[in-house]
Write a protein that binds this ligand. Structure first.
Ligand code: SAH
Ligand code: SF4
Length: 363
């Protein structure tokens, strides 16, 4: 039986090598080759004895997703469409940070999404399956390999789970991927440079609070009243705002980490002054950061993006409530940069022609 190395922790690689009768440090070497050097095959692991490389080559594989398509926008945002072993596809987006400071990588956690938010192209495309750990970490390794081959100076500084899917509904795999990405013996990113975005999956938020991690949590709030949120984020019918708020209070109390509330502005749906005041109240009680994001039109959707003046009015009203509410820059709207669109275009019968632009996380 062959073992897939991508998606194993360094500890698991040590155990694997020990089972093969080797010392544990050989596992750490393999780990460095896979996650630091980005080795695509055992043959490349030149500090392992030749005989061990031969034995390993017979029993392990290193599998990354396959780059099927990429598009680059004027602002440098790059969207990658990646093929998985079973023929399904997911999207990963590389977003350059200002002043050539590196890149933010936006990862997918599922193929499609079961939450079904009507403002989101991924949500409208239905749900196929969870991604495995190797497919999540594989997105990172593939994107980094691409940058390295091009000798891009910038490195991937931030990882945000803001691609396709609801990360906390694929909890085990996402958490293991986060551990590999932030293990200093493996990929070695700082935990504070990882952001998990959730539609408000209360169970998962509770679990995450107990993991002892320093990652960032973003919540796609989009409405601070149950009446509106029930429509914009259908998960709200399972976990209404009162439950969500309680879970977030506990999260903040346990981790001491400020939460970011994402609020997509949809004209005439969640943009009244009353909505702004409700948002300010909600954010204040949690001492949360707020990001305002003008809705990015998805073709076939009835929703519209508010005018710049409307966005400013809403922002002023939130800030009058004592909460800073920056409007987020969007990236790559000219290449239809996220959430199911490139995939939709390349999967006939899935029917969506445009989708939201990606945006950077708080950092
Ligand atoms: N499922 C998680 C992670 C995906 S993040 C979550 O919802 O938080 C994707 C982000 O893009 C979410 O905040 C989502 O609400 C937002 N988004 C989806 N469609 C959008 C659109 N058309 N315009 C602007 N933002 C959109
Ligand atoms: Fe899923 Fe997030 Fe899209 Fe909602 S916004 S459908 S939770 S990916």
């Amino acid at each position: 039986m062959t073992v897939e190395l991508v998606g194993l922790t360094c500890r698991e690689m040590e155990e694997l090598l020990v089972r093969m009768g080797e010392p544990a440090y050989r596992g750490r070497q393999v780990c460095r080759w896979v996650y630091r050097e980005g080795a695509g095959e055992v043959e490349a692991m030149t500090d392992l004895p030749l005989t061990l490389r031969r034995r390993l080559a017979e029993s392990v594989t290193i599998t990354l997703p396959v780059l099927q398509l990429q598009r680059q926008s004027r602002d440098g945002t790059r969207k990658l469409l990646l093929g998985l072993e079973d023929g399904l596809t997911v999207e990963t987006v590389l977003i350059p940070q200002p002043r050539k400071a590196g890149f933010t990588l936006c990862l997918s956690s599922q193929v499609g999404c079961p939450v079904g938010c009507p403002l989101c192209a991924t949500g409208m495309s239905g749900f196929r399956r969870n991604l495995g750990v190797h497919e999540i970490v594989g997105q990172y390794l593939l994107a980094r390999g691409l940058l390295r081959r091009e000798e891009q100076t910038g490195v991937i500084r931030n990882v945000v789970f803001m691609g396709m899917g609801e990360p906390l509904l694929n909890y085990e795999a996402v958490l293991k991927a986060v551990r590999i990405l932030t293990d200093t013996a493996a990929v070695g990113m700082a935990q504070r440079h990882v952001t998990i975005s959730t539609a408000g999956e209360v169970e998962g938020i509770r679990r995450l609070a107990g993991e002892g991690l320093q990652v960032n949590l973003a919540v796609s709030l989009h409405a601070a009243s149950n009446r509106v949120r029930d429509v914009l984020v259908p998960l709200n019918r399972k976990y209404p705002l009162e439950l969500l708020e309680q879970a977030l209070q506990e999260y903040f109390a346990r981790t001491g980490r400020r939460i970011t509330l994402e609020y997509v502005l949809v004209e005439g749906v969640n943009t009244s002054n009353g909505d702004a005041r409700a948002l300010a109240r909600f954010a204040r009680s949690l001492r949360a950061n707020v990001n305002l994001i003008p809705y990015n039109p998805v073709s076939g959707s009835p929703y519209r993006r508010p005018s710049a003046a409307e966005v400013r009015r809403f922002q002023r009203e939130v800030e009058a409530g004592g909460v800073r509410a920056p409007v987020r820059q969007e990236h790559g709207s000219d290449i239809e940069a996220a959430c199911g669109q490139l995939r939709a275009k390349n999967a006939p019968g899935r029917g969506r022609k445009s989708a939201p632009a990606h945006r950077t996380s708080r950092e």
